[in-house]
Design a protein around this ligand. Structure first.
Ligand SMILES: Cc1cc2nc3c(=O)[nH]c(=O)nc-3n(C[C@H](O)[C@H](O)[C@H](O)COP(=O)(O)O)c2cc1C
Length: 383
């Protein structure tokens, strides 16, 4: 059972939110309906209270902050704009601003309101911040027009809620450990040896695993991207931090996906303060770091799935990635050719080859989110 806040705003589709409320309550979730004043022009709070099979708690605000999911359906153009701008002028918008969990919204409005650049910009802003939009759908609208603007059907919103709540996803009950980003190995107090990894690929894997119901821990090394809510983040800025945190969790993890660009070498000695500028040469001796993937491969417990990423160049890189599968005792190596422009490091797209003992599969250039889905499909097959 999860705690769900159901926000309802003033649109003609508000009546459909009654069905969503019923489905959530029937599935055993504790639903707290929060209607805007304009929503109450279409439907009554009493209806929702009856469908949720409970009265709204007297101390509403603390209760709202502890919920697992905020779903707003329908979401009016007006409240969409407020959420994007951080306006908090009613209980629903105040809750949304204070809430730190997952947020799912189902916009519903006239096609011209939806297509207006202001609404589009507001919707893009919400997506960028990790709010998930479902719909709107194409179809007949209340005013007799057709176009994009219909609220997604309550059953479909309910299905999405279940996945977001980890209720019924294929990785439900599984613990997934993902590493992301690029480590920075200190040379002195301000300088470091690093790499250009943004962490996008790892965050996409973590997010997709969470969508599929897994509980996800992300070992984060200097990420250049935001991590969506619902993922347990552990900061691991150096290769040493990453090794310590990964190995400490090896026995409680069903799936390990190491996407981070972990330094292979680090300065043997880091100077304490900032080394002052001088005319002399400065030689820094590098020493190898701990091989995390290999140690995980050597010590893993029964049934654990181990996935490594190999960022390398050309055909020789692919050959090295194949060898890595055996050497590290991994189940899957995801090879990406970092010599190619527009993919891989610090890019939105990737193009990879999945290498497992069952064979190889080339995945054409796609968004990292799509690559993450392919990788987790392969993990599910291995599980
Ligand atoms: C009959 C009627 C239907 C409406 N339908 C919608 C709608 O589907 N989507 C929308 O964004 N606004 C719709 N509106 C306008 C909103 O009710 C209005 O913008 C209101 O301020 C929304 O307030 P709220 O976001 O606080 O609920 C409708 C208004 C009326 C009178």
């Amino acid at each position: 059972m999860a705690r769900v806040i159901l926000g309802v705003t003033g649109g003609i589709a508000a009546y459909k939110a009654c069905e969503l409320c019923r489905l959530l309550a029937k599935a055993g979730h504790e639903v707290t309906p929060v209607l805007t004043a304009d929503a109450e022009r279409f439907v009554t709070a009493h209806t929702f209270e009856a469908l949720a099979r409970r009265e709204s708690p007297r101390e509403l605000y603390p209760h709202l902050l502890e919920a697992d999911l905020l779903v707003v359906a329908p979401l009016s153009a007006n409240t969409l704009a407020k959420l994007a701008q951080g306006i908090a002028d009613n209980v629903l918008t105040q809750t949304a601003l204070a809430f730190r969990g997952r947020v799912l919204v189902a916009p519903a409005m006239n096609v011209r309101m939806w297509e207006h650049p202001a609404t589009q910009a507001n919707a893009a802003l919400l997506t960028e911040r990790g709010v998930e939009l479902i719909g709107p759908e194409e179809g007949e609208l209340a005013e007799g027009e057709t176009g994009l603007g219909r609220m997604t059907e309550p059953e479909e919103i309910f299905t999405r809620c279940r996945v977001l709540l980890g209720d019924g996803g294929p990785l439900r009950g599984r613990h997934v450990l993902v590493s992301a980003g690029g480590t920075r190995e200190p040379i002195d107090a301000v300088r470091f040896v690093g790499n250009r990894s943004s962490g996008r690929m790892g965050v996409a894997v973590a997010e997709e695993a969470r969508r599929r119901g897994a509980s996800v821990t992300l070992l984060a090394a200097n990420l250049g991207v935001r991590v969506p809510p619902g993922i347990d983040v552990v900061q691991t800025p150096t290769a040493g931090d990453m090794a310590r945190e990964a190995l400490a969790r090896r026995n409680e993890t069903d799936v390990v996906v190491m996407t981070a660009a972990v330094a292979d070498y680090r300065p043997a000695e880091a100077e304490e303060g900032k080394r002052p500028k001088s005319e002399d040469d400065w030689t820094v001796r590098l020493e190898p770091t701990q091989d995390i993937l290999r140690e995980l491969g050597e010590s893993r417990s029964n049934g654990q799935i181990l996935v490594g990423f190999a960022a390398d160049t050309g055909d020789a890189g692919l050959v090295r990635a194949r060898a890595k599968l055996e050497r590290k005792r991994a189940d899957l190596i995801v090879f990406n050719d970092i010599a190619r422009a527009g993919i891989g490091f610090d890019a939105a797209d990737n193009e990879v080859v999945l290498i497992s003992r069952d064979g190889e599969r080339a995945v054409p250039r796609s968004r990292k989110e799509a690559i993450a889905a392919v990788v987790l499909d392969a993990v599910e097959d291995l599980l």
